[in-house]
Design a protein around this ligand. Structure first.
Ligand code: PLP
Length: 485
């Protein structure tokens, strides 16, 4: 059967615009020319760019169809572990689009953008309040950018004390960006293994912590979805040797308003507004990864800093110990406005409730699926739970087969093969915004896939069958990427 646009029901094929173009077709019509034709100056004449000839409706349909290929939080459940794909309330979009914010030129003098500066100052206070930290910068444009900021602060702190250090401890349950950020700042990452309970044991940290180690980077809750229950003891060990504790707070969605990060010994913490505070992830950007610090590290925060002077807000560069500027203009202002709107629309009690529900939803999935899929750490989890394909191995079915079949059922697959500490990991993060009905449907789907793995494993290995594309050759895609489309 020949396939052409519109031929396969609701999943429409879409040729390139160049393949659709027909010579002479046009998307506009202009009035007849009433001036003399002039010749193109020498050297400028040529064939011009190779644009396809298309009518307006051809172009509109092309892009609208392409947009319908997207999977998003607005189209279905997106249980992508370690990513917190929660629903982004539309009211936040409305606030960010308010003309006063959206049309403000980033080079306006402070006197003409008091509202924007006030919002930034207020958001800094709210984030400090939610985390229990003392001071905040909103500049970093992503979580990993926040980690880089934190590592630069560590570096500046030791430089200022005249005793630079060269190593950072990074547990095997940390997010992959942690050792990368440490290395980017010239630190050697010292890996430490988590215990059989999936968390850090104080004695393993004590064994490697020394006076040449700048500190530790702890992802908490960690990438197994477990709360680092020994964090205070670990922090005490690091502090006793003059070190600092970095908290990767990208998973703050589990503990908003429930854990005081300063009290558990964190000195520097980044947040992911595009996860916890419900701003869109935006396909790799723009995001926002504010960094919160304890009082003794405030002088090192990036400039400019928003401050109140003589009744007006201003952007101050007057911070001699600052690590400098990390981002153009004010950072990703649109996301800051969305996060501010999210926090105010929920309020303190509901932020806590959101975290409690995120944890409840993850535990519900964990409990209902734990006989069906192997659960390496069978104890209460935080915002996400991690299974493996151990029970499916007997049928030669892997995590990848399960993930591909989920797409046939209309679910975005969870994070797979991460964290690396679990072989064949399936990491599910439902978030608080999914209803019990949706969770049940997801659970029943996973059960159906497990049954298929037992009964007809050969068919499962053919998944996906109902998607636009069948199984891709991922090795070839990685080794011989076709970047020209
Ligand atoms: C997502 C995530 C990061 C990285 O954040 P980006 O905004 O993608 O750079 C870091 N740590 C943890 C635990 C994360 O989940």
């Amino acid at each position: 059967m020949t396939e052409f646009p519109g031929a396969t029901g609701l999943v429409q094929n879409e040729p390139l615009l160049w393949e659709q173009g027909r010579k002479g077709r046009c998307g506009f019509s202009l009035p007849r020319r009433d001036v003399e034709r002039s010749t193109v100056p020498e050297g400028l004449a040529g064939d011009g760019p190779d644009f396809p000839d298309l009518s307006e409706v051809d172009v509109v349909r092309h892009y609208t169809r392409l947009s319908q290929w997207n999977f998003s939080v607005d189209t279905g459940m997106y249980p992508l572990g370690s990513c917190t794909m929660k629903y982004n309330p539309k009211t936040n979009e409305r606030q960010a689009a308010a003309p006063g914010f959206a049309n403000a030129h980033p080079l306006l003098p402070a006197a003409l953008c008091q509202g924007g500066l006030e919002l930034m100052a207020a958001l800094e206070c709210l984030l400090a309040e939610i985390t229990g930290m003392d001071a905040v910068t909103l500049q970093p444009g992503a979580g990993a950018h926040g980690e880089l900021t934190g590592m630069l602060i560590f570096h500046a702190y030791y430089q200022h004390r005249g005793k630079p250090r060269s190593k950072i401890i990074v547990p095997d349950t940390a997010h992959g960006t942690n050792p990368a950020s440490a290395a980017l700042c010239g630190y050697a990452a010292v890996p430490v293994a988590s215990s059989a309970r999936g968390v850090l044991a104080p004695e393993t940290v004590a064994a490697v912590m020394d006076e040449d180690t700048a500190g530790i980077m702890v992802t908490n809750p960690n990438t197994l979805g477990l709360f680092e229950e020994n964090i205070k003891a670990v922090a005490d060990i690091v502090h006793a040797r003059g070190g600092l504790v970095y908290g990767d707070g990208a998973n703050m969605n589990a503990v908003m308003g429930l854990v005081n990060m300063a009290e558990i010994g964190i000195d520097v913490l980044h947040l992911n507004l595009h996860k916890t505070f419900s701003t869109p992830h935006g396909g790799g950007g723009p995001g926002a990864g504010p960094v919160c610090v304890r009082r003794h590290l405030e002088p090192f925060l990036p400039v400019p800093r928003v401050r109140m002077a003589g009744g007006t807000y201003e952007l101050s560069e007057d911070h001699p110990l600052s690590i400098g500027k990390l981002q153009a203009f004010w950072g990703n202002m649109g996301n800051l406005i969305r996060a501010y709107s999210y926090i105010l629309s929920l309020g303190a009690e509901n932020l806590k409730r959101a975290s409690e529900l995120a944890v409840l939803n993850a535990n519900y999935i964990k409990e209902r699926l734990k006989g069906t899929f192997h659960l390496p750490h069978d104890r209460p989890c935080m915002h996400e739970c991690v299974f493996s394909d151990k029970l499916q191995q007997a049928h030669k079915v892997t995590t990848l087969d399960v993930a591909k079949r989920l797409m046939d059922y209309g679910f975005h697959p969870p994070t797979i093969y991460f964290p690396l500490v679990v072989h064949g990991a399936i990491m599910i993060e439902p978030t608080e915004t999914e209803s019990k009905q949706t969770l049940d449907l997801f659970i029943e789907t996973m059960q159906a896939i497990a049954a298929e793995a037992r009964e007809t494993p050969d068919s499962l290995r053919q998944a996906p069958t109902r998607c636009k594309r069948r199984r891709l050759d991922e090795t070839a895609a990685a080794r011989k990427p076709c970047l020209r489309g």
